[in-house]
Design a protein around this ligand. Structure first.
Ligand SMILES: [Zn+2]
Length: 238
């Protein structure tokens, strides 16, 4: 079965708008939240608890949103562990999923993260299938942000021939039309494809993508309600 899931990075205050729209259209959502971020304000512990209590998933995004490839390797563990403990104290639950700040990683960082989390999400886009490995490496399918059709072509060429061919054929459509029609296409295929859509609420706000996001949620809610899964279900072996 085709699985579709969403994850949102950084814990910006606009995450509440994502949560509101998600609730309106019954779309599950994972929020990857650091404790702090030098680049922007992060919601506080009380707000994180609120998000979690309203039924959304919460995942680790390090303690201080530092790009892990830029710090001494011996500091990576502390960044990961402190970020995890922070959220576990707030939610009272095990924090099993992790997302790499800025999408930066190397082999050593991945193996450290995999020793602490059931899954690690990157920002490499263009993937449509996971092997169901444990721990999982989640490379998403689409960024919910208009990166242009060229970027779709470039990324799918690296990760998924099926998506590459599809984008090539539909390159006259716009970014979000391709996203929708590709989901329509995969839904007709009798295979366990997985679509992970990730984004930043602050970015959606910055470029005025809220109407696009609402239209997309509405489309999924009407057409593919049974394909929308939580992050935890998405990561679980099909
Ligand atoms: Zn981030």
């Amino acid at each position: 079965m085709l699985k579709i899931s969403f994850s949102w990075d950084d814990g910006a205050v606009e995450d509440f708008k994502i949560a509101e729209l998600s609730a309106k259209y019954s779309i599950p959502g994972m929020f990857f939240i650091p404790e702090k971020n030098p680049e922007r304000v992060v919601i506080n512990a009380k707000q994180i608890a609120e998000l979690h209590q309203s039924g959304f998933e919460v995942g680790a995004h390090t303690q201080s949103h530092v790009y892990l490839t830029t710090i001494p390797p011996e500091n990576v563990y502390t960044e990961l562990k402190n970020g995890q403990i922070y959220l576990e104290n707030i939610t009272g639950q095990a924090i099993k999923h992790f997302c790499l700040p800025g999408g930066f990683y190397n082999k050593a960082i991945l193996s450290q993260a995999h020793s602490m989390f059931a899954s690690v999400r990157t920002a490499d886009t263009g993937n449509i299938k996971y092997s169901g490995k444990n721990p999982a490496l989640i490379k998403p399918t689409f960024h919910f942000y208009d990166r242009g059709v060229k970027s779709l072509l470039f990324n799918s060429l690296k990760h998924s021939p099926l998506l590459f061919q599809f984008v090539l054929k539909h390159r006259n459509k716009n970014y979000f039309e391709i996203l929708k029609s590709f989901i329509d296409y995969l839904a007709t295929q009798n295979a366990d494809y997985q679509i992970m859509i990730w984004g930043h609420s602050w970015e959606i706000d910055q470029v005025g993508l809220w109407p696009k996001l609402e239209a997309f949620f509405s489309f999924l809610h009407q057409t593919y309600p049974e394909n929308l899964v939580t992050y935890d279900e998405f990561v679980r072996k099909t």
